[in-house]
Ligand binder design. Structure first.
Ligand SMILES: Cc1ncc(C[n+]2csc(CCOP(=O)(O)OP(=O)(O)O)c2C)c(N)n1
Ligand SMILES: [Mg+2]
Length: 713
């Protein structure tokens, strides 16, 4: 071993030669991967390219300050340098560009620069800008919950469950990055609000390159500075820094990291960087950036300034820089070649990992009969009892939403009865399980689902409530783009099993447009989601249990009108009652016509049949689970009767029943004795006046008519 030279001993801002060279190496590797990818794209060997050029000093500093495998990272597409600095190899990056089957980031499913790593705790990156913020908040909450739980269970008596199976470090932090333009997304502000309110260890790193594609920062951000704008958030440490100055950036991130590790609150690092290669290969920034502006950026390029600094300060000489350049060129070429020699995805592998390969919620093992005790009670009560039973059994279950807690100010618990949800479905759960497990969210639906995704990524099991289906839309982006896709897009590396309970539907007299919606098809149209809809109290209990124990995200639709009907009550079925998903219930058997329905129209079909008397023999099928669908039961019934009426509460056109009708017509064409008919709501919204509501929604008389009409064929 050569003895240490004077140069080895020299440090810059406390960083030794090796650390400084490591920083440079990450920056250089990232730049060269981008350059190589650009070449490959121009040769049509890869199909997309987006670069992280100009963001490398910041990325290398992130990798230097934070801890892969114990801190968590929610990145966006410019974080190539951060990813390699944390430990991702050039080969991993090229595998994604080439779209290989063994690419650990997505198995050929996502574009390049969608970073992801289980061992490094880089949560799977998606393409929508800004959806990562709330997930980072939830991820930080999961770490705090696991830590508190550990402490409690150590203190608890023997036999108490002690381990949630969630790995965490006492001083861990969550890093979330985005561009300047993305801070205009509402979810950024929702995340800031919750991170500050809960004093969470989240480091927001805003990589401000001055543009969102062609839109300059002052158009996106009032006053042009995000760090100025967030100045009044409580407990937020703010650092503004030149993100092209590697060492200043390390200092800023160190300060943020220390603030968060000491649990003083979140931090925001506003780093000014450059974007000299245009937004992506599909963009040419000369169309909107002046030559002078581009020249200024060029001067700040960290790949120029940092090695110059190292040489100027006597840390290295040009030969070291040249040698590193050569070595990385070779590494990059070899990694790219290896990626192109790697196995390609089998086309049919596209069907894998839409859902969990481990837990099949349609399996017979989820069929556990009711062991009934006590008097019949309501759907609200049996939903509540299911959640209480499951929470006793599994301490990973966390419940939050608007008004779901009994009382946020816990000191009042002894004096008041508690709210427990606007329909009282969660009443008493906070009282029994405490405010760490059952709590109110801000009035922000994306906040609820985004945070739940971050929690479930780490192994918690959120069972969250969206107060009204009518107001689920701010969360729809999280549901459709993140929740439904997580397992598939990460090739089964990440998943977010959870339950989203929401109340839906009309027939409530006065619900009108914004308290009567029922667009189930907007959820069943998303691969990756399970959609469940009970029509009675007993099924609600059994289906909710399966949904909670299932390994997939479940949208659990609770019809408000059914919550307290006497006809659908049942006795408490015990703590193990469960019903597999995808198993319909034949409510009544018949020979002439099959009525296929779910939710509040099940009982309306029964009423219609009562009115029919013996005129027509009708089989009524309650789907119970809208995705997956019990096609076997539907086929068998329609084969028997030769006639099918699909009855649903959505607007008739494009509604849930359209797919059922299409499939049945297609598959059973030769066995049908009449057209597959649909009866549903009008193609309007639901009106307030009873005359309007009754006309809009299918009523027993309408159902009777439709059955008679079909029977005549
Ligand atoms: C929700 C969403 N809207 C629009 C886009 C299209 N898009 C991709 S990148 C981008 C600009 C982002 O700018 P900024 O946040 O400043 O990040 P930068 O690319 O400059 O690093 C846009 C509009 C997207 N991916 N997601
Ligand atoms: Mg930008």
């Amino acid at each position: 071993m050569p003895s240490k030279t004077k140069r080895d001993a020299k440090t810059l801002r406390g960083l030794d030669r090796q650390k400084l060279l490591d920083l440079y190496r990450s920056m250089l590797l990232a730049r060269k991967i981008d350059d190589k990818e650009i070449q490959l794209k121009r040769q049509n060997k890869i199909f997309f390219q987006i670069n992280g050029v100009g963001h490398e000093a910041l990325g290398a500093a992130i990798g230097h300050v934070f801890r892969p495998g114990s801190d968590w990272f929610f990145f966006y597409y410019r974080d190539r340098a951060a990813s390699v600095a944390l430990g991702q190899s050039a080969f991993e990056q090229f595998q994604q560009a080439a779209g290989t089957s063994e690419c650990p980031q997505s198995g050929g499913r996502q574009m390049p620069s969608h970073f992801s790593s289980v061992p490094l705790n880089i949560a799977n990156t998606s393409s929508p800008t800004g959806s990562q913020f709330l997930q980072a908040v939830g991820c930080a909450e999961a770490g705090i919950y696991a830590s508190k739980h550990q402490k409690k269970s150590k203190a608890a008596k023997k036999g108490a469950p002690s381990d949630l199976g969630i790995e965490f470090k006492e001083d861990e932090v969550v890093v979330v990055t985005s561009g300047d333009g993305t801070t205009s997304e509402g979810e950024f502000w929702e995340a800031m609000n919750s991170a500050c309110n809960l004093k969470l260890p989240v480091v927001f790193v805003i990589e401000d390159n001055g543009y969102a594609i062609s839109v300059p920062v002052e158009v996106n951000t009032a006053g042009g500075s995000i760090s100025k704008l967030v100045g009044s958030y409580p407990d937020l440490l703010i650092r503004e820094v030149d993100g092209c100055d590697t060492l200043a950036t390390v200092d800023a991130l160190e300060a943020a990291s220390a603030h968060c590790r000491a649990r003083k609150g979140p931090a925001l690092v506003h780093a000014h960087v450059i974007r000299p290669y245009s937004h992506s290969l599909s963009d040419d920034e000369t169309n909107y950036k002046t030559a002078a502006e581009r020249e200024d950026e060029e001067k700040r390029d960290p790949l120029k300034t940092f090695p110059e600094l190292l040489i100027r300060e006597g840390i290295v000489d040009q030969a070291v820089i040249d040698a590193m350049n050569e070595q990385i060129d070779e590494e990059v070429t070899a990694a790219a070649d290896k990626a192109f020699d790697s196995p390609r995805p089998k086309p049919e592998s596209a069907l894998e990992f839409v859902y969990s390969p481990d837990v099949d919620p349609t399996a017979e093992s989820f069929s556990s009969p009711a062991v009934s005790e006590g008097n019949p009670t309501t759907m609200v009560d049996l939903l509540n009892k299911c959640m209480a039973d499951e929470m006793r059994r599994d301490e990973r279950i966390i419940m939050f939403g608007e008004d779901v807690a009994d009382v946020s100010r816990e000191e009042a618990l002894d004096e008041v009865k508690g709210k427990g949800g606007v329909f009282k479905v969660t009443l008493g759960l906070q009282r029994e399980f405490g405010g760490d497990r059952v709590f109110n969210s801000p009035l922000a639906e994306a906040n609820i689902v985004g945070r739940a995704i971050g929690m479930s990524l780490r192994g918690l099991k959120p069972v969250v409530e969206i107060q009204f289906f009518d107001y689920i839309w701010p969360a729809y982006h999280q549901i459709r783009s993140e929740l439904a896709t997580m397992r598939w897009r990460s090739n089964n590396a990440f998943s977010c099993p959870m339950v989203i309970r929401t109340t839906y539907g009309g027939y409530i007299r006065g619900g009108a447009i914004y308290h009567s919606q029922s667009g189930a098809a907007l959820f069943t149209a998303n691969p990756g989601l399970r959609v469940v809809c009970p029509s009675n109290a007993l099924d609600a209990n059994g289906l909710l249990r399966t949904s909670i124990r299932c390994d997939d995200p479940v949208i659990f639709l609770e019809h408000k009108h059914l919550y307290r009907q006497t006809y659908n009550k049942a006795a408490y079925p015990g703590p193990e009652h469960s019903i597999p998903l995808g198993k319909a219930n034949v409510v009544q058997e018949g020979e002439d016509v099959t009525v296929i329905t779910y939710g509040a129209t099940v009982n309306r079909a029964v009423q219609a049949c009562r009115k029919l008397g013996d005129e027509v023999s009708v089989e009524i099928i309650d789907l119970r689970s809208l995705s997956p669908v019990d096609w076997d039961t539907l086929r068998a019934s329609v084969r028997k009767t030769g006639k099918a009426l699909v009855l649903y509460e959505d607007s008739i056109s494009w509604g849930y029943g359209a797919e059922l009708a299409a499939r049945l017509s297609e598959e059973l064409f030769t066995e049908l004795d009449g057209p597959v008919r649909r009866l549903a709501a009008t193609d309007t919204f639901v009106g307030y006046a009873p005359e309007l509501e009754d006309f809009i929604l299918p009523q027993p008389d309408d159902i009777r008519e439709a059955i008679l009409d079909l029977a005549r064929w």
